[in-house]
Design a protein around this ligand. Structure first.
Ligand code: AMP
Length: 355
């Protein structure tokens, strides 16, 4: 086992969005510095990081220099090109590990992995051609959802099939990308559990939150989730099983569908997660600090929940509500410093404590 990362060390973060920003703030609170690697100009994390490298993921020299300038590397999104990781890994440790990334980058690999752990997932089939889709529709039927295997987020790269007549349109929507067909789960609600694992195998889970989406984007997360104590326990055990199977280090998000027959796992994200933002105002140690602690080899912090919280994402024009929200009691604003307001763009979030 390697020694804990000392205060003053530098954590390299691939990706400079809001998650990288909030990870940087958490790292700074523990006396670490962060160095962001991000292809885009003026990323949200740049305001609060010690250093920023602006370069593409195909810039081998920049990747090498970045890796040499930091003590450990983590990431804020899962679609980092494999070649970039190959370069970094020869120089520095990457947490969470490559296996976690490989598993979660591809919906087919992910579902196969989860099923192999004995967890329930929606019925699924690999779709590489129109013939595959016809065959899968025979077994899975409709309603169902065709999803690209890779690069999907916030409901993007998805096409719903109400009947087999929608097959061609759905295939066209995939634009030639490999896909999976998923049976539609008629869930009663959606919850997620944010869990952390340290290099020594210690696991800590935050209380599951209940998620509501709007237009495919997370709208609110409410804690406590309206689920039974036994389901709450199931969620935590499932998350721990996934973390252990991946020999994972860091924070992981697990999205679950609640059905009358228990949970169905929707997907996993090998990183801090939007549905875990409530922890910033509901726990002593939030998901961002927990991730930093885990990858730094520090003891995991106390993630027990001391308040009921509703997290609401501020998307696009929701920014117009900021002056009003700023006056509201029991409400904590978290803004990402993005100057360009665009429809569907996550600009910030607000955590309201329910008393
Ligand atoms: P995803 O990008 O896979 O997380 O999907 C985004 C959202 O679409 C989910 O949070 C669900 O609300 C919905 N969704 C995705 N897959 C399914 C499914 N198999 N059955 C029902 N709803 C789904």
């Amino acid at each position: 086992m390697t020694d804990p990362l000392p205060t003053g060390a530098t954590i390299g973060i691939l990706g400079g969005g809001q998650l990288g920003r909030m990870l940087s703030v958490a790292a700074a609170r523990l006396g670490f510095r962060t160095h962001i690697f991000e292809p885009g100009a003026n990323p949200p994390a740049a305001d609060v990081a010690h250093r920023v490298t602006t370069a593409g993921y195909d810039d081998v020299d920049a990747l090498r220099a970045f890796a040499n300038a930091v003590d450990i590397v983590t990431y804020e999104f899962e679609n980092i090109p494999t070649e970039a990781l190959d370069v970094i890994e020869t120089i520095r440790t990457i947490h969470p590990n490559r296996e976690a990334l490989r598993t979660s980058q591809d919906r087919l690999t992910e579902k196969t992995f989860l099923e192999g752990l004995g967890l329930r997932v929606a019925p699924f089939a690999d779709i590489a051609s129109a013939a595959d889709l016809d065959a899968a529709l025979e077994t899975i039927g409709t309603p169902s959802i065709l999803k690209t295997r890779r690069f999907g987020y916030d409901g993007k790269g998805q096409s719903r099939l109400r009947s087999a007549d929608d097959a061609q349109t759905a295939l066209d929507d995939m634009a030639g990308s490999p896909a999976v067909l998923e049976g539609f789960v008629s869930f009663t609600s959606e919850v997620s559990v944010i869990a952390a694992r340290s290099p020594s195998g210690e696991v800590s889970c935050f209380d599951p939150g209940e998620n509501v989406h709007r237009d495919g984007i997370l709208h609110t997360t409410t804690v406590p989730a309206n689920i039974s104590a036994s389901l709450r326990m199931d969620a935590v055990l499932m998350a721990a099983k996934i973390l252990n199977a991946l020999d994972y280090v860091g924070v992981l998000g697990v999205e679950l569908f609640v059905t009358p027959h228990g949970f169905i796992v929707n997907e996993i994200a090998p990183r801090v997660h939007n549905s875990g933002h409530w922890t910033q105002n509901g726990c002593t140690i939030d998901q961002f600090e927990q991730h930093i602690r885990a990858i730094a080899g520090w003891p995991l912090g106390d993630g027990s929940r001391y308040a009921d919280v509703v997290m609401e994402n501020l998307i696009g024009d929701d920014m117009n509500r900021v002056p009003e929200l700023a006056k509201q009691r029991d409400t904590a604003l978290h803004l990402y410093g993005k100057t360009d307001v665009k429809a569907g763009r996550k600009m910030g979030h607000v955590n309201t404590i329910k008393r």
